[in-house]
Ligand binder design. Sequence first.
Ligand SMILES: O=C(O)C(=O)CO
Length: 282
Amino acid sequence: QSTTQDAGTKPFRLRYAPHFGLFRNAAGNDLVAQLEFAAAQGFRDWEDNTMHKRPVEEQTRIAAAMERLGIRMGVFVAYGVGSFDKRSFTGSDKKLREEAVAEVRASVEVAKRVNAKWMTVVPGAFSIDVEEGYQTARCIDLLRRCAEVLEPHDLVMVLEPLNWWKNHAGLFLRKIPQAYEICRGVDSPACKILFDVYHQQIQEGNLIPNIDLAWDEIAYFQVGDNPGRNEPGTGEINYRNVFKHLHTRGFDGVVGMEHGASRGGKEGDLAVIEAYRTADAF
Ligand SMILES: O=C(O)C(=O)CO
């Protein structure tokens, strides 16, 4: 605990982004108080999957606090929440496909309000009764339409492959090479990869080589250890080496802390921060 406090406002070497709730025991329930606490601990980034579901006044209040504290906004989810079971991107149902474009379009206003550049897209369900090549092509076609919505605003949708073996069996997008192929197909600066190291450790491993192979299409990282999806150091992933690799490659984008805490209470919140200080000391 003293190390955490001593570290104080010292910035981390990578731009780790907590989310609301992660420090609520230490900072209290108020969202702005959580941002202030994080900033005092040296965090300069944030993410909030459900930002688009918050009332406009709350979005505005959060954005003002972030601006005051010098915190950069990471992802919110533009498409995916509540749609994991829909064949929107992989199917041919026109209504579902129009809905997906409309959701991405609606996210433009949210992104502007909260100064976000990136938004997560999870392109729905896999179909067991259609050859995968057709699903991939349909997905690319619809993502191109979404990219055309975002390009004029300089916004980026980041496609997030999610694992089948622990959390999300049956989703279409689950592998990094698959996301890479799709991004190359869409061929737009508005369509990139969100590489969630937790999901990929479960789905396919080979983390650092896959980071390198997909590098030119990756815009965003998220992390969490496995098993348990908690802070670095609580599982099997060598995060110090992963972070060192990202730093060596000059990554200055967001590394989202999309995980829980292995311990409860204030002590657990502080242990999360300490885990990042340790993993960041490469
Ligand atoms: O739902 C999940 O597991 C995610 O990582 C979404 O971002």
